[in-house]
Design a protein around this ligand. Structure first.
Ligand code: SF4
Ligand code: SF4
Length: 301
């Protein structure tokens, strides 16, 4: 089983549309939405939840009033100003570090598991999907991403799927690291804007740090050809495969508004681009991984 993670650095480059289109063409894959802070793959894949699980990402402090002597030690020690003047814990500000619990002379602070979100095993019209939702203002999305990936791997093994298609989170922080660590390949979706290019360079460095082969898709490549030329040059310099170039086309937006992948929505030019992209990804990324994983890593990194 191979694991391909689609990331972008900058949000809004079309990463999820690319992932959804590939999911609609894959024949034996589990789809994984690791963008747990702002999940939106469900809009296109309309998953029907089969099993629902609570996610406990950490602990939270609670002061037991009748044991508290208002000595003030916990307020002085809390680095996150999470304890109010009348000795209550602000659940949003509490980072669950436990310092107050360990230092309370009256043993008046309880430290209980805190539900941060939920994760799901679902069915889509393209097969199994594992996804999650982090609660509002909740932390520990990296931990939730790791859990979602692990559960998706177990599901794929159980049903003998040969591919995990992972929609990764934006940025280069903890959730992205959790999404790509140990993956077989990373596909970066970039658009020809300066901020997207900048973020692409940062996620390339991140993937290289973890020795993961990288390929590039340029979305809306015809919007700013001067920047697309620069992206192509950068990829050539860095020895990265550009496995697809997708033109700007409002059909992509129309497909989203209709809750469909672009491959389902149209028979036009854009569909052809995505079919070619998927064929190239299978030929140049996935097949090479299966045939000669270590050689491919050297080529791409
Ligand atoms: S350290 Fe314990 S006893 Fe002191 S104010 Fe905090 S909760 Fe109350
Ligand atoms: S667990 Fe840490 S963050 Fe939360 S109230 Fe106690 S000291 Fe503050």
């Amino acid at each position: 089983m191979k694991e391909l993670v689609v990331i972008s650095g900058k949000g809004g480059t079309g990463k999820t549309s690319v992932l959804a289109a590939m999911a609609s063409m894959a024949t034996n894959a589990v789809v994984v939405d690791c963008d747990v802070d702002a999940a939106n793959l469900h809009v296109l894949l309309n998953p029907q939840i089969q099993r629902r699980f609570d996610f406990y990402g950490g602990k939270i402090a609670t002061i037991v009033k009748n044991r508290c002597t208002s000595c003030g030690i916990c307020r002085d020690l809390c680095r996150f100003d999470a304890i109010t003047p009348d000795y209550q814990v602000d659940a949003i500000a509490c980072e669950g570090c436990g310092v107050c619990v360990w230092n309370c002379p009256e043993n008046a602070i309880e430290f209980k598991e805190h539900k941060n979100g939920e994760w799901y095993i679902s069915q889509t019209r393209f097969g199994d999907m594992v996804h999650a939702k982090l609660g509002i203002a909740e932390e520990n999305s990296g931990k939730l991403v790791t859990m979602v990936r692990n559960e998706a791997q177990k599901l794929a093994q159980k049903y003998e799927r040969d591919l995990l298609l992972v929609d990764g989170p934006p940025g280069i922080g903890c959730p992205v690291i959790a999404a790509i660590t140990g993956a077989d390949a990373v596909l970066i979706v970039v658009e020809p804007t300066r901020s997207a290019m900048h973020d692409m360079e940062r996620v390339i460095q991140l993937a290289r740090h973890f020795h993961i082969p990288v390929s590039i898709v340029i979305n809306k490549y015809d919007l700013q050809m001067d920047l697309t030329t620069k992206i192509r040059a950068l990829c050539q310099r860095e020895k990265l495969d550009v496995v697809g170039e997708i033109p700007y086309d409002l059909d992509l937006v129309r497909a989203q508004m209709n809750g469909k992948t672009i491959v389902e929505y149209t028979d036009g030019n854009l569909r052809t681009c995505f079919v070619e992209l998927w064929n190239t990804v299978q030929r140049h990324v996935l097949n090479r991984l299966i045939v000669k994983s270590s050689d491919h890593r050297r080529e791409c990194v």
